[in-house]
Design a protein around this ligand. Structure first.
Ligand code: ATP
Ligand code: MG
Length: 512
């Protein structure tokens, strides 16, 4: 007689892989973890995206840490934001204690301390990491509107202003360039042009100008400018084959959530522009993790949400995986949620009627399970436990698994601001990104009253010109749900060469 397979083993059978996988932990049934019943995400499925959710203190950040360090070990670069400062420990080997040892035993993990290569970066020059910048031109009007808190009308006006600057070949490198352009359009000599753009009222342009001034006064401007981040610096693999983890140290900027979350979205859109189609992959080219990702969708415009959905949908084919991390899965729009193949749901609270509603909704997103009462399970998970379902190597949802998560092998704590500063100062990226560059752009041109039409000829013009989308016209069309973006491309076709073309999110990319 063969022994019947235990429910834990039966679930784990759904997680068996031929290729490499990230080990999440082991199956828990009736309160007992079975160290031999492994729960894992196939590495080849990491570009099918995922969600990590759970109430505060339930283990989300440690789960991110477990995933990031294994990706790095498998040779996959990772980009993530260190919102609370507790992820810097990824760079150091962890320390063991009774809890770690008992978790290692429960999860069948031959735990040994190990740190990963971490590049500490910051948005702009005010942080403790290597400064990362974007130009206003490539940031584009949709994302900038989000940062400035503009309404839909103001957003479309900003789009037209960008369009005007793009078509005149005026590079908007930093905030003062954009201010100069708007000031020009509001000035006596610029008035006629303002009329010519159509639909732009001086009052709205004035509102945008004030919003820009506020952003500057708030110190939120130092990440607009040059040198702009080169996406290949986020895709680095060490000589020993391990992937580099780029950690955005937010520090003070954690108080400006819209700013940094929008900036991270730009980085993702920029990577989309930069990366070629990847076809079938055995591991992702990069995994991008949005912690506190509800911030991305707070007060977001329809145009913005549509573009997030499109980016997430399309970037998979470039071999990039995106993981959203949030307290409530309901913080994330349904259209985005439906794109996420892996779900790691830590404990949810069910205190209020709203909590209860969110809980029932979450339960409905899972495959059916005979083993667990999901509503009860989701409210009684222990710290560092989660309800998991992922995509198998064949792309089918795996059985629902109450999972005891592994303990991170890296340090479960911050390494502190001094150590982060020291690492950033010693970084090889410092020479490239440390000093701010201020080359001739719209501000200087308009100030010098150089008429736009007489601007330097194309060959010598230091204007960031986005590469023309020739590879995937179909895809670009698909991306362009936004009429402002459409008009950019239309006009680009009519005045070849000098203009700046825009695609996803209205972002643009300089020539490489
Ligand atoms: N996988 C794990 N291995 C070991 N300990 C863990 C694990 N997950 C959680 N813990 C313990 O629980 C604590 C809280 O976890 P964590 O910081 O990841 O929660 P969180 O969900 O990110 O909380 P917040 O929403 O407040 O950021 C950790 O400091 C750690 O002690
Ligand atoms: Mg956390």
């Amino acid at each position: 007689m063969t022994e019947p397979v235990s429910p834990a083993r039966e679930i784990a059978a759904g997680y068996a892989t031929d290729g490499a996988a990230l080990e999440l932990g082991t199956v828990v049934v009736e309160g007992m973890a079975d160290p031999s019943a492994k729960v894992r995400i196939p590495l080849a499925m990491m570009n099918r995206h995922g969600l990590i959710a759970g109430a505060t203190g339930t283990g989300k950040t440690k789960t991110l840490q477990v995933i990031a360090e294994q990706l790095s070990a498998a040779g996959v670069p990772v980009v993530m934001a260190d919102i609370k400062g507790d992820l810097s420990g990824l760079s150091r080997p962890g320390t063991t204690n009774d809890k770690v040892a008992s978790r290692a035993a429960d999860t069948g993990d031959d735990w040994t301390p190990a740190g990963s290569t971490v590049e500490f970066v910051s948005l702009g020059t005010e942080g403790i990491g290597v400064p990362i910048r974007a130009t206003i031109t490539s940031f584009g009007p949709i994302l900038l509107s989000k940062v400035l808190g503009l309404n839909a009308t103001q957003e479309s006006v900003l789009g037209l202003i960008f369009h005007w600057a793009d078509s005149r070949g005026l590079a908007l490198l930093d905030l003062k360039d954009l201010r100069a352009v708007i000031a020009h359009l509001l000035s006596d000599e610029g008035k006629a042009e303002l009329k010519g753009i159509g639909g732009v009222s001086a009052a709205t342009a004035g509102v945008i100008l004030r919003a820009l001034t506020n952003l500057e006064a708030d110190g939120g401007d130092t990440f607009f400018g040059e040198p702009e981040i080169d996406p290949s610096d986020l895709l680095r693999v060490n000589a020993d084959g391990t992937g580099v983890i780029t950690l955005f140290e937010l520090g003070q900027q954690a108080a400006r959530p819209v700013l940094f979350s929008t900036f991270l979205m730009w980085i993702l859109a920029d990577l989309f522009e930069f990366l070629p189609e990847a076809g079938d992959i055995d591991k992702p080219k990069l995994v991008f993790i949005f912690d506190e990702s509800h911030l991305l969708f707070t007060d977001s415009s329809k145009a913005f949400e549509e573009q997030v959905v499109q980016t997430v949908k399309l970037i998979r084919s470039k071999g990039v995986g995106v993981f959203f991390c949030s307290q409530q899965p309901t913080d994330i729009p349904n259209e985005v949620l439906s794109q996420l193949g892996a779900r790691i749901q830590h404990a949810l609270r069910a205190f209020t009627p709203d909590d209860q509603k969110a809980l029932s909704k979450t339960v409905r997103t899972y495959p059916t399970t005979k083993t667990y009462d999901l509503e009860e399970a989701l409210t009684s998970l222990g710290t560092g436990e989660a309800i998991v379902t992922v995509l198998s190597e064949k792309g089918a949802p795996t059985p629902v698994a109450w999972t005891m998560l592994r303990a991170p092998r890296s340090l479960m704590d911050t390494i502190g601001p001094d150590a982060i500063t020291a690492a950033a100062t010693a970084s090889g990226l410092q020479a490239k990104y440390g000093p701010t560059i201020d080359r001739e752009s719209a501000y200087e041109k308009l100030n010098a009253k150089v008429l736009v039409e007489q601007a330097a000829p194309q060959a010598s013009a230091p204007v960031p010109t986005a590469k023309k989308e020739k590879e995937e016209p179909g895809m670009v069309q698909e991306v362009l749900g936004n009429s402002a973006v459409k008009s950019f491309l239309r006009s680009a076709a009519s005045a070849a060469g000098r203009e700046i073309t825009r695609s996803i999110f209205g972002t643009a990319r300089r020539k490489r």
